[in-house]
Unconditional design. Sequence first.
Lengths: 115, 114
Amino acid sequence: KAGVTQTPRYLIKTRGQQVTLSCSPISGHRSVSWYQQTPGQGLQFLFEYFSETQRNKGNFPGRFSGRQFSNSRSEMNVSTLELGDSALYLCASSLGQRHTYNEQFFGPGTRLTVL
Amino acid sequence: AQKVTQAQTEISVVEKEDVTLDCVYETRDTTYYLFWYKQPPSGELVFLIRRNSFDEQNEISGRYSWNFQKSTSSFNFTITASQVVDSAVYFCALISSGNTPLVFGKGTRLSVIA
């Protein structure tokens, strides 16, 4: 079974630009979560999508948004990039069943550098 | 509020030594799940184990073992006879009932020296 894939793997942008990151979950997984990882803040939850609906959202500004498509693939968008947005963005997929809190499987991440 | 504390920021051991990574969690919920993930230099988090709050049985998988103790709110991870390939950052994480996201500890960087 193919794992979680994320594209692109590396991205360099300048301040003020916007960026879209893509995530394809494991086949059959309906939940996709996004995390930001930085050396200072560690792993921070951005949002979770389940069946095309945002089920949970972390404490990030409105510049960070996401969506999920009917095939469970997900995208996240960051507008008006700031230097502090430089990070590794990780996507994780799971079956999404709340009552059992299935483990999440992570993709390789997209490393975003903002200059 | 949920919180996970991994007090050990970095650990360095010589190959074949045993090493224990500590994890202490906080939650008011009675139903919750604990996880351990490994992040090698490549960056991808690798799932290691999931444990629910009603199952305090310790688990062993090869050289890995986990000690879950609700009395001390701890979920410690031991690697026996460590190998260089065990070098990575290890994260402990918690999710509890209700609409809460997965909360990660800050991670422990383990270096195994040959």
